[in-house]
Design a protein around this ligand. Sequence first.
Ligand code: DC
Length: 229
Amino acid sequence: MNKIIVTIDGWSSCGKSTLARGLAKELGYVYIDSGAMYRAVTLYFLRSHLDWSDAQAVADHLKDISLSFHQNEHTGQSEMFLNGENVEYVIRDLVVAEKVSEVAALGPVRTFAVAQQRQMGEKKGIVMDGRDIGTVVFPHAELKFFMTADNAVRVERRFKELYTKNPNISIEEVKNNLEMRDYIDSHRDISPLRQAEDAVVLDNSNMTMDEQLQFAMDLVRQRLKLQIQ
Ligand code: DC
């Protein structure tokens, strides 16, 4: 059967990765968390104490970065590797979250990440989530989602996720970080977060994970039918 590309863009902590993972599993497709790539680049820059306002230094450092995804044998989930090191856990830290929007706004960083993302989609059969996947990375994707949810719901979700790792974290910190990232992500000059004209909007504030997966799967089946006709 023909394979398609499914893109999922939207605000931070809307459950994009949960839906993307679920769809990829149902379809036997590859799931790519594009945000993890920007987080891994940010981690590398932070560890190198790089001043990323220096364009030449950014270009030089990008040459030393190799990103790859590998499947965890135990969980079956794909994890982010930076120069051969598994960084899946550490890139979720608030220290990285606080800087990632700044790094993701840099032109050379986006060019670096987008080229690799397009390569991953060459054979289709991919579900990728992020901010510019349906608008810039795969503008001709067969199915695009734009996800959103109430702010309070999003803060609560992210807080629960981070609290398990760091019980000292406050809900205020999480809220401020989400608001700051959403602002930077949607106001930057290059590839800001936008809803693609042909994207299906999915507000999951009052939906269970299963309901959103079924909603999305119905649309995938429709698109796949169109592919065969
Ligand atoms: O999805 P996430 O929260 O892990 O993304 C981390 C950051 O990277 C977020 O601030 C937005 C940015 N990002 C981006 O600019 N473009 C993407 N395709 C994915 C993420």
